[in-house]
Ligand binder design. Sequence first.
Ligand code: NAI
Length: 308
Amino acid sequence: MKVTIVGAGAVGASCAEYIAIKNFAEEVVILDIKEGFAEGKAMDLMQTASLNYFDTQITGITNDYGKTSNSDVCVITSGIPRKPGMTREELIGINAGIVKSVSANLLEHSPNTILIVVSNPMDTMTYLVHKTTGIPKNRIIGMGGALDSARFKYRLAEALSAPISDIDGMVIGGHSDKGMIPLIRLATRNSVPVTAFLSEERLEKVAADTKVGGATLTGLLGTSAWYAPGAAVSEMVKAIALDSHKMFPVSALLEGEYDLNDISIGVPVTLGKIGIEKIVKINLTESEKTKMQESAVAVKKTNGLLAL
Ligand code: NAI
């Protein structure tokens, strides 16, 4: 498998590192617009190969898309990240132009590739890629829910004083502080609903902490996070590489599913070698359905800012 990552910044480099450490891809190409930057990140990562025991060949390039040709998967992390106090939506002006040109360049050299969109506001950037490239919807996947679900599990484990490996849970809806929907009702500790262990009040705090997970880290770090985003992308790329049919919440184009149309938003899907294999339908309660509709309204409002 050949993977291209556009953007050698914090998330792109972390993503390359986790993909290499998991050792399932033959080749990772990192591309950045900043002269020498991707080359430097790639060389530094390659010098970890004998220490971290991977055989993945990582190369870095400055804006030369020819070197990305025939990639099986391309990850788009290019663009500006949030600074403290900013919302993801405020990034749209700059990032829309970048994501549009980057996806066109990638497809010119890898017409059959699967695109994973990370740049924020991610649901809107994913929708933009659908609208501007016209490639089949199974090949455009937005990463947000996999990260938000990992943050949800972290907060649940904290509340339960339990190991994270005991916890299962999922976040759907828009990838924004207000829009994401941690599915408390369906979260479990070793198959027992977490609602059996934690008060409604404590669970509300878990949900609230999950929703501001990105903003909390942006406040602490001065820029948005990278380890968990990189790890989340690497798991999705691995599911595609191994054709594992693993289920993730991702931003997928909906055509009637969850009573939504013409929007890309977080829903559970299975991932395999074709990208999104199917959208998984789960029965939501009336309150969860309302939250999903409200989340969709907010995503569509941001989509409306795109000059399509
Ligand atoms: P960063 O600033 O560390 O890296 C971005 C890189 O993109 C820079 O190296 C820059 O030179 C490069 N770049 C800019 N324009 C480019 C172009 N036209 N072609 C190639 N490279 C270009 O930012 P970071 O922290 O890596 O974040 C990247 C994006 O990912 C941001 O939009 C951020 O908001 C988003 N993000 C999304 C997450 C998600 O869950 N979907 C999680 C974390 C970040």
